[in-house]
Design a protein around this ligand. Structure first.
Ligand SMILES: [Zn+2]
Ligand SMILES: [Zn+2]
Length: 97
């Protein structure tokens, strides 16, 4: 009886149900199974939302935003992203360069 309701909201539940939700790369152009080592901090309503990415897609996402999206967008960088970096910063892993 509730098949349609399950289909409407079921997919999201399945995806976010696992405890690995926060430990996957959130690159959404393709499936990525790399271990996330970086994060991007997005404006979300009144707060922020941090999504994790592998190092490559962290850089790619930033590049796409800065090189492709922003030139066509009326918003500023801060409208799109409020922070980024490596997840290991807190452990003193140092800089990439
Ligand atoms: Zn990735
Ligand atoms: Zn924009």
């Amino acid at each position: 009886m509730s098949t349609r309701t399950l289909l409407d909201g079921g997919d999201l539940d399945l995806i976010s149900d696992g405890d690995g939700e926060d430990s996957r790369c959130h690159w959404d152009e393709s499936v990525c199974t790399e271990t996330p080592t970086h994060y991007l901090l997005y404006p979300a309503g009144e707060g922020t939302e941090a999504l994790t990415y592998c190092a490559r897609h962290h850089g790619l996402t930033l590049a796409v935003l800065l090189e492709l999206h922003l030139p066509r967008c009326h918003g500023s960088v801060e409208d799109h992203i409020v922070g980024f970096g490596a997840l290991s910063d807190a452990s003193g892993a140092g800089r990439d360069h």
